[in-house]
Design a protein around this ligand. Structure first.
Ligand SMILES: [Cu+2]
Length: 169
């Protein structure tokens, strides 16, 4: 019976869908990454507002070395040469002031806002807040792909197939 072949195909697709769902969920939980350029003896943007769980990556575009050093000891990039980067993930909401150790007049600020809890973040009107969340979007894309693969699995399982000689058992 070709039905067993179809069932195996559907199982394989279901497994693929499961993997996509898991990857998508992980991606959504991981948070976005934001870039801060260190250029012309300044941090750009000087103030960056992110969501808890997001990561900030500083990249030194100047020829001289700079640092991104928290004024409270929360993080320290150490000396960053031209082209070097430093990444820091912020999990605790708050305002994080930082400066460049060799050039203390270079200052910046990371504002970390609490991550909205999923159901509570949707206003009563049912509108999803219009916030750019690259990682969430990518994760949602994977979940959507998982849905499509699941649908394909069902179609494959339900589709009547002509008997095939070599696949018979
Ligand atoms: Cu500097």
């Amino acid at each position: 019976m070709p039905a067993s072949t179809a069932r195996r195909g559907a199982l394989a697709l279901l497994l693929a869908a499961l993997i996509l769902f898991v990857l998508g969920s992980l991606e959504m939980a991981r948070g976005a990454t934001h870039a801060v350029a260190i250029a012309d003896f300044a941090f750009s943007p000087a103030t960056l507002t992110i969501t808890a769980g997001d990561t900030v990556t500083w990249t030194n575009e100047d020829q001289v070395a700079h640092t991104a050093t928290s004024t409270t000891g929360a993080f320290d990039s150490g000396s960053l040469d031209h082209g070097a980067s430093f990444s820091q993930t912020f999990t605790t909401p708050g305002t994080y002031d930082y400066l460049c150790t060799p050039h203390p007049s270079m200052t910046g600020q990371i504002v970390v806002q609490a991550a909205p809890s999923a159901p509570a973040s949707t206003p009563a009107g049912g509108q999803v807040p219009d916030v750019a969340m690259p990682a969430q979007g990518r994760g949602a894309g994977l979940v959507a792909l998982g849905l499509v693969v699941t649908a394909a699995g069902f179609l494959l399982a339900l589709r009547p197939r002509p008997a095939r000689r070599s696949l018979r058992r």
